[in-house]
Design a protein around this ligand. Structure first.
Ligand code: MG
Length: 454
């Protein structure tokens, strides 16, 4: 099979229950619903973290965050502007592998794996970059900070081309940039990583979406995402690339569960290791290769993208290091009897191992600075409401053993385990922010009067 084009769409803080095809009654998502109807929808798909930077680093490298030094960042849960930490230059990203296979590679949108030059996407396998290097609430806002934040930078490759860009029009600009790339690269395999700004707070959305959404600014942001997916799908069809293009849609972590966001029917959300934090929508469409209208209930993860996409491009995943992701092509194409390649999935919050899942069983082992022992059967109790640990000591023992093995391998700050197979994050001396507050600069402050941070 020839190398497919790959479009990977990643949202920010979009929850499990935010799309029509995942049960939302509040948001209208006709394009995503159609994408699911024409492809496969995963019900048990996980990101490796319930917050941005670790989730994204894991997806790019195919590894649990702690394995690549992305559990926490000098005490912070995510990277902040001007921190001297990022994805280690020696890490191999999915973009790097695809580039090595002859793909044109581009990222549009949020990176959040380090804002120092050594850590930018252009140093990690992407030919070009257009977007915000971190979260959209990390610029100048109405909410008071001790020191004025550096203005939000919009980057082209490694150059700041605008400070405090109008967020309401940014998704349109991302779409235009993406369509341009697809057209330019139509005659060779391409990899487009479209990392949305939405639906992270603050919610600045174009008026045309605000006007019709029934779920407030949050719903408008979801519908803006849906529109953008519609444009990309329309474009690949128009160019005759439908059967040559794999499109993947997912989100970096669960919704906060307020302000209109939903992880229903899951418990918890962003910042937690309840299902709502890490279990996300994942839709894949590739006519001719992926069966239409399929639903996969097997465990799959964003870490699987790297080995899976590598194989699709004709490459092997890196063999000189541990990669946690697995090749999930059999699940994607609906191979008869295909089962999850994961014997277990591990839920970390920062550097702490908090839960482990195997099959339908999920055991919570740590929460809020204390050991816990809560067992849930997700097949019967998706909302994690009934702790049945006392009824299944054998299952608890098995999951405890799996957790213990993971602690030895990747570590766990809750128990003090270092982990014998961790690699360091990248570090630079004397880090600088990409922008500096300049009182003479005519920032569009009026556009930034929302105090929301997410
Ligand atoms: Mg996020």
């Amino acid at each position: 099979m020839s190398q497919p084009n790959i479009i990977l769409i990643n949202c920010d803080d979009l929850g499990y229950g935010d799309l029509g095809c995942y049960g939302s009654q509040a948001n209208k998502t006709p394009h995503l619903d159609r994408m699911a109807a024409e492809g496969i929808r995963f019900s048990d798909f996980y990101m490796a973290s319930s917050v941005c930077s670790p989730s994204r680093g894991a997806m790019m490298t195919g590894c649990y965050p702690r394995r690549i030094g992305f559990g926490t960042f000098e005490g912070f849960g995510v990277l902040f502007p001007g921190q001297g930490i990022g994805l280690h230059p020696d890490e191999i990203t999915v973009a790097e592998i695809l580039k090595g296979q002859g793909y044109a590679t581009k990222i549009v949108g949020k990176w959040h794996c380090g804002d120092q030059p050594a850590f930018l996407p252009t140093r990690h396998g992407f030919d070009s970059y257009y977007g915000l290097p971190y979260s959209n609430d990390m610029g100048i806002q109405a909410s008071p900070l001790a020191t004025p934040a550096p203005p939000l930078p919009l980057l082209r490759d490694e150059e700041v081309i605008e400070e405090q860009p109008d967020q309401a029009s940014l998704t349109s600009r991302y779409v235009e940039e993406s369509v341009r790339f697809i057209r330019d690269q139509r005659n060779r395999p391409f990899f487009l990583y479209f990392a949305h700004m939405h639906v992270h707070l603050p919610h600045y959305v174009a008026w045309r979406f605000l006007k019709t959404a029934i779920n407030g600014p949050y719903g408008a942001a979801v519908e803006c995402i849906d529109w953008s997916v519609g444009v990309l799908l329309h474009e690949i069809k128009r160019l005759g690339l439908d059967e040559k293009t794999l499109v993947i849609f997912t989100s970096d972590n669960g919704s906060r569960g307020d302000r209109g966001g939903s992880n229903r029917p899951l418990r918890g959300g962003k910042f937690t290791t309840w299902e709502g934090g890490l279990r996300l929508p994942c839709i894949m469409r590739w006519p001719g290769a992926i069966p239409a209208g399929a639903v996969c209930h097997e465990i799959a993860t964003a870490m699987d993208f790297l080995p899976t996409l590598a194989r699709l491009a004709g490459a092997a995943p890196p063999a000189d290091r541990i990669i946690d992701g697995k090749d999930i092509r059999p699940l994607m194409v609906g191979a008869p009897g295909a089962t999850s390649p994961h014997e277990a999935f591990f839920y970390y919050l920062g550097d702490r191992l908090q839960a482990v899942r195997s099959g339908p069983w999920k055991l919570h082992v740590w929460r809020d600075s204390a050991t816990v022992q809560e067992l849930y059967n997700l097949a019967h109790d998706l909302g994690e409401t009934r702790n049945v640990a006392a009824d299944h000591p054998d299952v608890v023992a098995d999951l405890e053993a799996k957790a213990a093995a993971m602690r030895k391998d990747v570590g766990d700050a809750a128990t003090g385990a270092e982990g014998s197979n961790c690699r360091p994050a990248g570090r630079v001396e004397n880090p600088q922010t990409l922008t500096h507050h300049d009182p003479e600069h005519p920032y569009l402050m009026a556009m930034y009067d929302l105090p929301d941070r997410g």
